[in-house]
Design a binder for this molecule. Structure first.
Ligand code: GLA
Length: 728
């Protein structure tokens, strides 16, 4: 009976659509289209998102969705509302109908805006869609405003709502924790709701990431099947809901997490929600990732197509034991093996309270003269003598109980007036109130002072090692305390804007105890992310695999560290460690002085090999071939340039069983009609190549359909192959 009713409703809606197909709004890219039905004075309907289809096809096949495009609370309870408010007079209902549709069509972007107005109240929401035709990407967000007499309370305010036809839906997303970030989890979406969310307040991608892929008709595949992928460009708390209704339709909504964050919207104030970056591909997860990567590099990421330096970060080499002599030695050693940049991590600052551990000094950003008698100038001189660029670590949003800053400005930390503030790292860390403009000036000045006093500083590692615990701001008025989760990030973004307008060229890394701040909102300001504090090469294969489902390789800082690894204790050969780190922005995270002579030679050769394929890795198209999550004891991926002239292929033996079935490594992304020469790079130093096909010519077709057996038999063995077109 229920189904009959639904069928009737669908048919009825369908008929009303048929009569008005001129009211279709098409949001089109080269290979995809989102279609809404937006008739003036009516509730907007969602018709289609996916392959390019025509109005005729939709009308005549009657397979479009025809469901509410933007369910709101108060007049219907069928769909999970994405907008819920309490009007100035206390009425908690909305009925939003189309007021106006505008479309501006440019070559590179097309903007569609559907203005909705409540039938009764002067309350408006603009649904915004920015399409990037060449990339098959659409950004979706909303703008909410009103002309009521007093404040309206926003209780739910999602950025986007995407209904999906019934099907065999699978969700791919990232879960984990500090030192085990971005694990790829794949699960069927059956009935009911699945939520991906964060309420950390600050390091919101540490446990889960605001990104998803939904495979529409089958178990997720790298190479085939229709996939919708999305990532929310927001660094604060978020919520993504996948609600499989009893009609089997899947309703996806994404936006800021409203929990504890009711927003009191003043008349004519505009509330803009963060963008959901959305793509659709029929080439499986791989196609969806490549769409996002390409779009991010060319549209969102600051200097997204510039090549990045190979750097040494001091953290796992010396931790807090920063000393002039040790820094100088590290720089000399790194330069001698071909390094390009040196970054001094935590431990360089504080005079009244020198930073010797994680219990003191955050906020006292003056160089510790006891540790560095020649100051930052001395380090920069040494870097220059060694032909290295120089970078520095800061954690400017934070302070410690024991610090000069906290002694002077205790009211600057987030706290409740009648409670002792909770502490984080080291039992003493506190968060500064980024809603306060004075604090924002102070944070900006830290960076501005460093970069004006030392214009040679080329890189800043911006760290954040605490959650937002004390939900109390001494700056926000009592009736706006619930804005804190949002205003913290809006405030911080203002600081980033100021920094970037004065210093567009300095490289900035977003770190948050590892991958706690990996999101699209940071891309206009941060050139890269610290993927994880776990540098174990084996675990990194998994972490990096998940990370790269959504984020491009040139944003993925990947460092070679010591063996045994400091986090896992695992002993892994240096070549394997390099081969894993070479798939991102390569760096090192150790004291290179501790390497043996032979290891130094190997590291030098690996760095040279990376330089020869750096452009392919950092700017090429990623093809994931064998997933470590499939438990085949191997993993493999490759990067191909846009013309399919060159590629670099990576294979890893994670574990080894005697008499294990050999694996055929099938490639992807090449031109089947081209002939390629295969050359092993970053070979083992001892002996000649084990790669029997070394230097030989093989067609793209064979490499992709038949593949190759590789001599990888022992655990932690790996191989990197450069593939170059042979031009006749
Ligand atoms: C965090 C970062 C590390 C390092 C330390 C320094 O844990 O993730 O990379 O910078 O802080 O204290």
């Amino acid at each position: 009976m229920r189904y009959l009713c639904l069928l009737l409703i669908m048919l009825f809606t369908c008929c009303s659509l048929l009569a008005n197909s001129s009211d279709y709004v098409r949001i089109e890219t080269n290979n995809t289209v989102m279609i809404l039905n937006a008739q003036k004075g009516k509730i907007p309907l969602f018709v289609h998102y996916g392959n390019l289809v025509t109005a005729m096809d939709i009308d005549n096949s009657m397979t479009g969705l025809m469901t509410e495009a933007f369910p709101v609370f108060g007049m219907s309870a069928l769909n999970e509302p994405v907008l819920q408010v309490v009007h100035a007079d206390g009425n908690p209902s909305l009925k939003m109908v189309v007021e106006e549709v505008t479309q501006t069509v440019g070559n590179e972007v097309r903007l569609t805006q559907i203005l909705l107005k409540d039938e009764v109240y002067p309350f408006y929401t603009r649904l915004c869609f920015k399409a990037y035709p060449r990339y098959d990407v659409i950004e979706m967000w909303t703008e909410i405003f009103h002309k009521e007499k007093k404040t309206v309370a926003l209780q739910k305010y999602a950025s986007a709502y995407i209904p999906v036809d019934p099907g065999n839906h699978w969700l791919s997303h990232l879960q984990g924790y500090m030192m085990n970030e971005t694990n790829l989890v794949e699960e069927p979406l059956l009935s009911g709701s699945k939520m991906i969310h964060s309420r950390d307040g600050i390091r919101t991608s540490q446990c889960s990431n605001p990104s998803f892929m939904v495979s529409l008709d089958q178990k997720p595949s790298e190479t085939g099947g229709s996939v919708i992928a999305g990532s929310l460009a927001w660094s604060g708390n978020y919520k993504m809901l996948f609600n499989k209704s009893y009609t089997h339709q899947l309703n996806i909504s994404a936006g800021m997490n409203e929990e504890g964050a009711e927003y009191r919207l003043a008349p004519m104030e505009q509330f803009r929600t963060p963008q959901l970056v959305l793509t659709f591909s029929t080439r499986g997860k791989g196609g969806a990732s490549r769409n996002l990567h390409r779009w991010a590099r060319e549209n969102k990421l600051i200097k997204g197509t510039a090549l990045k330096d190979i750097l040494l970060n001091s953290w796992e080499g010396v931790y807090f034991n920063i000393k002039q002599g040790v820094m100088n030695e590290m720089m000399q050693e790194f330069s001698s093996i071909g390094g390009e940049m040196f970054v001094m991590d935590d431990g360089w600052f504080g005079n009244k309270y020198p930073r010797n551990n994680d219990k003191t000094s955050l906020g006292d950003w003056t160089v510790c003269r006891e540790k560095l008698p020649d100051g930052i100038e001395g380090l920069i001189d040494c870097a220059q003598q060694n032909n290295l660029r120089f970078g520095i670590w800061i954690e400017p949003e934070m302070t410690n109980l024991q610090s000069e800053l906290y002694e002077e400005k205790p009211h600057w930390v987030l706290h409740h007036p009648n409670r002792t503030p909770g502490v984080g790292r080291g039992g003493s860390q506190l968060v500064l109130d980024m809603t306060n403009p004075e604090v924002r000036d102070y944070v900006y000045d830290i960076v501005d002072r460093l970069l004006t006093d030392y214009p040679q500083i080329a890189y800043i590692k911006w760290d954040t090692n605490m959650s937002l615990q004390d939900y109390g701001s001494s700056y926000l008025p009592a009736n706006k305390q619930s804005h804190l989760y949002i205003e913290y990030h809006r405030g911080l973004t203002k600081v980033f804007e100021r920094i970037r307008s004065k210093y567009p060229d300095v490289i900035m890394q977003a770190c948050a105890g590892g991958g706690g701040r990996v999101n699209y909102a940071y891309m206009p300001y941060f050139n890269e992310f610290w993927t994880s504090d776990n540098t174990d090469a084996v675990q990194r294969l998994y972490t990096q695999w998940g990370f790269q489902c959504f984020y491009p390789a040139n944003t993925m800082a990947a460092h070679v560290s010591a063996s045994p690894n400091h986090q896992s204790g695992r002993i892994v050969p240096l070549k394997f460690r390099f081969d894993v780190a070479m798939t991102g922005r390569l760096g090192m995270e150790m004291d290179p002085g501790k390497l043996s002579k032979g290891e130094k030679e190997a590291a030098k050769a690996a760095i040279e090999a990376y330089k020869s394929v750096r452009e392919l890795v950092q700017l090429g198209d990623l093809y994931r071939l064998i997933s470590p999550y499939e438990n085949r004891r191997t993993a493999s991926l490759m990067y191909v340039d846009s013309l399919k002239n060159r590629a670099v292929f990576f294979a890893y033996q994670i574990d080894a069983f005697v008499q294990q079935a050999p694996v055929r490594y099938k490639m992807d992304g090449l031109d089947p009609l081209k002939k390629y020469r295969l050359t092993e790079i970053n070979k083992k130093l001892q002996g000649k190549s084990r790669f029997v096909q070394d230097g030989k010519a093989i067609s793209g077709r064979f490499l992709m359909t038949e593949g190759l057996y590789l001599p990888l038999k022992r655990e932690y063995d790996s191989m990197v192959i450069e593939i170059t077109e042979i031009k006749e």
